[in-house]
Design a binder for this molecule. Structure first.
Ligand SMILES: NC(=O)c1ccc[n+]([C@@H]2O[C@H](COP(=O)([O-])OP(=O)(O)OC[C@H]3O[C@@H](n4cnc5c(N)ncnc54)[C@H](O)[C@@H]3O)[C@@H](O)[C@H]2O)c1
Length: 358
C-alpha cells in the first residue's frame, strides 16, 4: 500500500501539485486522501475536481486522516505554521519555496522536522531542469575551471503579483518569490555558500497599484569560493511578453563558459485565439497523452513532486531518513537561500546597497 498523502492549499500552484499527485495515484503509487483549503469556494471546487475529502481547517485534516505526507502549498509567509503542525504529528512534508520568509522561522522548521525525524523536502524544482543538471555536472567536474563570475535573471509578468497573488504579494517580494529559486540553484551548482551581499531595489509600479512590495531587486553576491554573481529579479513584465516567466543563468570560469536560457527552449507558437506569440517552457510542465486514456503531467516541475513521493514511499517501506541524505533539496540546504534572501532585504533596508555579511 502506498503512502496516504494530503495537500494544504489549492490555489494556482496547489492545482499543479494536485495534478501531479493525482497522476501518482493513478499509477498506484500513493493514495491521495484529502485536501485542506481555507477558502470554502476553492475547496468545494477542487475537492470535487480531484475527488478528495475536503477540510477548511488543515489541523482537522491532520488529526483525522492519518497521513504519511503532506504538500504545503500556501502563501510564502504561512508555510511555517503548517510545517510545525506536520512535524508535530510526525508527517513528512514537501514545502513550497521559499521555506519561510525569515531565517529564524526556517531554522525552527528544520529543527522541528529533525526532532520529529520527518522528511522536510523543499520543492526547488530548478534542480530537476536538465539544463541545470548538466551545468552542475560540468562545474563539479571542473570542466569550467575556477568559476569567476556569472549572471542570473528571473522575471514574471505583472499579472502574477497584481492578479494571481494580489492578496499576499505584499508579504513576499521578487527575491522571496522568484530569486530564491536561483539563490538555491547557485548554491547547488557551485557547492559554495554565499558570504556577502549587496542589493538595490525599486518600489514604484506595484506601489502605485496599491501593492506595497518591490518591483525589482538586483543583488550582487560573493561566494566562499571567490565567485561573484549578479542576480536580477522582478515581477513587472508587461502582459505582451510571450512567457509568464523569463529566466536564465550564465557563468564564466577560468576554462569555460556555460549559458542556459531557462525560458526560451526554442519553441514559439501563435494561434488565432491568443493575442500574440507564445514561448512555452515544455521542459517545466506539459500535458501528455496517457496511452491508457486521459492525460498526465510531465516536466521538471512534476518530476520534483513525484520524487518527493518516491522518497516518502521508501520511508514507508522502512528506509531510514539518514539513508536519503543528499538525494533531495532538504531544509538545511534551504537555510542558505533563506539567509541570502533575508540578507538581500537587510541590504535594501540598510539604504540600498548596504553590505551584508551572511
Ligand atoms: N515552485 C514554483 O514554481 C511555484 C510557483 C508558484 C507558486 N509557488 C509557491 O506556492 C505557494 C502557493 O502559491 P500559489 O501560487 O498557489 O498561491 P495562491 O494564492 O494561488 O494559493 C494559495 C492557496 O492557499 C490557501 N490558503 C491560505 N491560507 C490557508 C490556510 N490557513 N489553510 C489552507 N489553505 C490556505 C489560499 O486560500 C489559496 O487558495 C507559495 O509559497 C508560492 O511561492 C511556487
Amino acid at each position: 500500500m502506498g503512502p496516504r498523502v494530503g495537500v494544504i492549499g489549492a490555489g494556482v500552484y496547489g492545482t499543479t501539485v494536485l495534478q501531479a499527485f493525482s497522476w501518482a495515484q493513478r499509477c498506484d503509487q500513493i493514495e491521495l486522501a484529502a485536501l485542506a483549503e481555507i477558502n470554502g469556494d476553492v475547496l468545494a471546487k477542487q475537492a470535487e475536481r480531484f475527488g478528495l475529502k475536503g477540510y477548511q481547517d488543515y489541523r482537522e485534516m491532520l488529526q483525522n486522516e492519518n497521513l504519511d505526507a503532506v504538500a504545503i502549498v500556501t502563501p510564502d509567509h504561512l508555510h511555517r505554521e503548517m510545517a510545525m503542525a506536520c512535524a508535530d504529528r510526525g508527517v513528512h512534508m514537501m514545502v513550497q519555496k521559499p521555506l519561510d520568509v525569515t531565517t529564524a522561522g526556517a531554522l525552527a522548521m528544520v529543527k522541528a522536522a529533525r526532532d520529529a525525524n520527518v522528511l522536510l523536502y523543499v520543492d526547488f524544482h530548478k534542480r530537476f531542469d536538465p539544463g541545470h543538471i548538466q551545468l552542475r555536472r560540468d562545474v563539479r567536474q571542473g570542466r569550467l575551471g575556477r568559476i569567476q563570475y556569472g549572471y542570473v535573471w528571473m522575471e514574471d509578468k505583472i499579472v502574477v503579483p497584481s492578479v494571481w497573488f494580489r492578496g499576499w504579494a505584499q508579504h513576499s517580494s521578487p527575491a522571496w518569490f522568484l530569486g530564491v529559486h536561483f539563490y538555491d540553484l547557485l548554491y547547488w551548482v557551485l557547492g559554495a555558500k554565499p558570504v556577502r551581499v549587496t542589493a538595490t531595489g525599486i518600489k514604484d509600479k506595484l506601489v502605485g497599484m496599491g501593492i506595497d512590495t518591490y518591483d525589482s531587486i538586483q543583488a550582487k553576491i560573493e561566494y566562499a569560493n571567490g565567485a561573484h554573481f549578479s542576480v536580477d529579479c522582478s515581477w513587472i513584465l508587461p502582459e505582451s511578453f510571450p512567457s509568464i516567466v523569463n529566466q536564465g543563468i550564465r557563468m564564466v570560469g577560468s576554462q569555460g563558459i556555460w549559458e542556459v536560457d531557462s525560458q526560451d527552449r526554442g519553441i514559439v507558437y501563435a494561434v488565432e485565439e491568443d493575442a500574440g506569440s507564445v514561448v512555452p517552457n515544455y521542459y517545466a510542465n506539459m500535458e501528455r497523452d496517457d496511452p491508457l486514456g486521459g492525460t498526465y503531467p510531465a516536466g521538471y516541475v512534476i518530476e520534483s513532486m513525484l520524487w518527493f513521493l518516491q522518497l516518502v514511499s521508501r520511508l514507508k517501506q522502512g528506509a531510514a531518513l539518514a539513508e536519503l541524505a543528499g538525494l533531495y533539496p532538504n531544509g538545511e540546504e534551504a537555510l542558505v537561500s533563506t539567509r541570502l534572501c533575508e540578507g538581500i532585504h537587510e541590504s535594501l533596508a540598510g539604504g540600498n546597497a548596504a553590505v551584508v555579511e551572511l
